[in-house]
Design a protein. Structure first.
Length: 343
């Protein structure tokens, strides 16, 4: 792609997210979401593959539907309250806005488009959809969380954690596994927003760091067996990737345990012990397919045929910040008190 066109797309992507984050007017927030969608579409279809065209069509239809719901909600809210500010919402507006944001984030039961889109794009584009594209809808949730129904957010969060764990059990494609992992993490994020917005900020930051550390080394792989062939070339990269996967699953020594620990503490302190138990059990299937991925890549030896070694014959060009992300996703648990106090 022409560097000038690429710069224009990236500038539009960043600007649209900032517009949505800084707006207090429904039309400006809707405009930012629309610009955000239009900026991502060329990045998805760049590979000129039929799967990419299918993913682009699905992504456009879903995002356009969600943006239309937000526009309908804002007009209805203006008709009922007489103002365009996001902080003043009626009951009908709350329902429509929640549905639209859940559709944009890929929250269960509105998640079916998300794994299919990630499977049809490149790994770098999937990383961008899983991290940067979550920021603008999450900002709307932050600004409207005082008007949203806490039981509904908790129910959607539990459903998303359950679906993300169970649906990812029989997947062999790495991008599909990461898609269902993202759906499960969005469930924990919704739970954090329903409890404390500052805890949701820490959860979102931790999720982005863990996803970056996991996606970047896997940029040249498609299936679980492909990951194992990286061992002869770079054992260090594969070992640190498995550490990032364990952190993504929420094992205690890693950074990924921190948001789950704090969310469970908040649930217990508010008397929601049954819900805390259910969402904790819902995270076990996700941990299982992370451990299965680690087993197939670290504890088994792939066949040493020419076909399996061919794609790893050339050294992959990993970004320089991969090491920083890996260290952050593994070693930030001792900073829990500091991070919880500053977010």
């Amino acid at each position: 792609m022409n560097p000038l066109i690429w710069l224009t797309i990236m500038t539009s992507l960043v600007t649209s997210t900032i517009i949505t984050m800084s707006s207090n007017h429904w039309l400006l927030a809707w405009l930012g979401l629309e610009l955000n969608t239009l900026s991502v579409l060329p990045m998805i279809i760049k590979s000129h593959h039929p799967r990419a065209a299918e993913a682009t069509t699905k992504y456009f239809m879903i995002q356009a539907t969600a943006a239309t719901l937000i526009l309908l909600a804002s007009i209805t809210n203006t008709w009922q309250t007489g103002q365009w500010t996001i902080s003043h919402m009626s009951m009908t507006t709350t329902l429509l806005t929640t549905t639209a944001i859940m559709l944009k984030l890929g929250i269960s039961p509105l998640h079916l488009w998300y794994p299919q889109v990630l499977q049809g794009v490149t790994t770098n584009t999937a990383l961008m959809i899983s991290t940067w594209q979550k920021i603008a809808p999450m900002t709307l949730l932050y600004m409207t969380h005082h008007s949203l129904s806490q039981p509904m957010l908790l129910t959607l969060g539990l459903a998303s954690a359950l679906v993300g764990g169970w649906a990812g059990l029989n997947q062999t494609q790495t991008r599909m596994i990461m898609a269902f992992s993202s759906i499960a993490h969005m469930g924990w994020l919704l739970t954090a927003i329903a409890l404390t917005p500052s805890l949701a900020t820490l959860t979102m930051m931790t999720y982005i760091i863990m996803t970056l550390a996991t996606f970047m080394p896997l940029s040249t792989t498609k299936t679980i067996t492909d990951v194992g062939t990286a061992w002869p070339l770079s054992p260090t990269t594969l070992a640190t990737t498995m550490v990032a996967l364990m952190s993504l699953g929420g094992l205690p020594p890693m950074t990924g345990f921190m948001p789950k620990w704090l969310i469970l503490k908040e649930l217990s302190s508010t008397g929601l012990n049954t819900f805390a138990t259910l969402i904790l059990l819902a995270s076990l299937p996700s941990l299982f397919f992370y451990i299965r991925l680690a087993y197939l890549t670290l504890l088994t030896i792939p066949p040493t045929t020419v076909n399996t070694e061919y794609k790893w014959r050339y050294k992959p060009n990993l970004p320089t910040h991969t090491a920083l992300m890996t260290m952050a996703t593994a070693l930030m648990l001792p900073l829990t008190a500091t991070l919880c106090a500053t977010t």
